[in-house]
Design a protein around this ligand. Structure first.
Ligand SMILES: Nc1ncnc2c1ncn2[C@@H]1O[C@H](COP(=O)(O)OP(=O)(O)OP(=O)(O)O)[C@@H](O)[C@H]1O
Ligand SMILES: Cc1cn([C@H]2C[C@H](O)[C@@H](COP(=O)(O)O)O2)c(=O)[nH]c1=O
Length: 211
């Protein structure tokens, strides 16, 4: 049984705990009879995954980095996100455009007005509106704690190896996006134990009337 399409994004600095809950949320929707696609950005299509590898591994200037993120997003929207929503499915995405405003805008200090223009072009829908998630779960955690959680877990990529002040700027970038669109965002205290974080995720989804 399909209902209307639902687009949920997970956001937060690296190590905030997003991935820990994505599959559980997908399963909770499946248990309610929904078809769910779990995907991620940058990535989600063969082309976007190739662009992800470049963005996470190659040195590049901030404009190139921002354009790669939006190029990957455009392909992802066209190939995966819009078709799934048109079929009435649930689409759960590990990061979306808020990450560009947080990492490229906040972290790198790239011009936010340029990002806003790219957002309007890349996310333009057939009806002229700009595609945004129906709900964004923002995992908020002090960068020091996130770094401790990630320490030794894996070889850090080009973003994960940034210093703490980079992630402080990323966190402020996320906070600005949440303040600008409070109806879309659920801000989750990710310093809590996993069970409490999971309860907050479920409560945010229920508050939107998605189940
Ligand atoms: N509430 C929690 N308390 C303590 N540790 C946690 C909690 N949630 C997740 N972790 C642990 O923190 C680490 C990072 O979690 P996770 O991979 O889910 O973060 P993430 O936000 O998806 O990171 P990234 O964006 O870098 O992939 C993992 O080792 C995970 O087990
Ligand atoms: C979508 C998006 C992502 N990033 C950064 C954020 C992360 O460090 C990596 C993706 O890796 P993840 O840990 O698997 O989430 O890419 C970015 O800088 N800009 C973006 O738009």
């Amino acid at each position: 049984m399909n209902g209307r399409g639902i687009f949920i994004s997970f956001e937060g600095i690296d190590g905030a705990g997003k991935s820990t809950h994505i599959e559980a949320l997908a399963q909770a929707f499946r248990d309610r009879g929904r078809i769910v696609t779990c995907t991620r950005e940058p990535g989600g299509t063969p082309l976007a995954e190739a662009l992800r590898t470049l963005a996470l591994e190659q040195a590049m200037d901030p404009l190139t980095e921002a354009l790669l993120m939006f190029a990957a997003r455009r392909d992802h929207l066209a190939q995966v996100i819009e078709p799934a929503l048109a079929r009435g499915e649930v689409l759960v995405c590990d990061r979306f455009t808020d990450a560009t405003f947080a990492y490229q805008g906040g972290g790198r200090g790239f011009d936010v007005q340029v990002l806003e223009q790219l957002e309007r072009w890349v996310q333009a829908r057939a009806d002229g509106a700009v595609r945004q998630p129906d709900l964004t779960l923002l995992f908020e955690l002090a960068p020091e704690v996130a770094a401790e959680r990630l320490a030794g877990a894996r070889v850090p990529d080009r973003f994960e190896s940034q210093p703490l002040d980079f992630f402080q700027r990323v966190a402020r970038g996320y906070a600005r996006r949440a303040e600008a669109d409070p109806a879309r965002f659920a801000r989750i205290d990710a310093s809590q134990p996993r069970e409490a974080v999971w309860a907050a995720v479920r409560a945010a989804v229920a508050a939107k009337g998605f189940w």
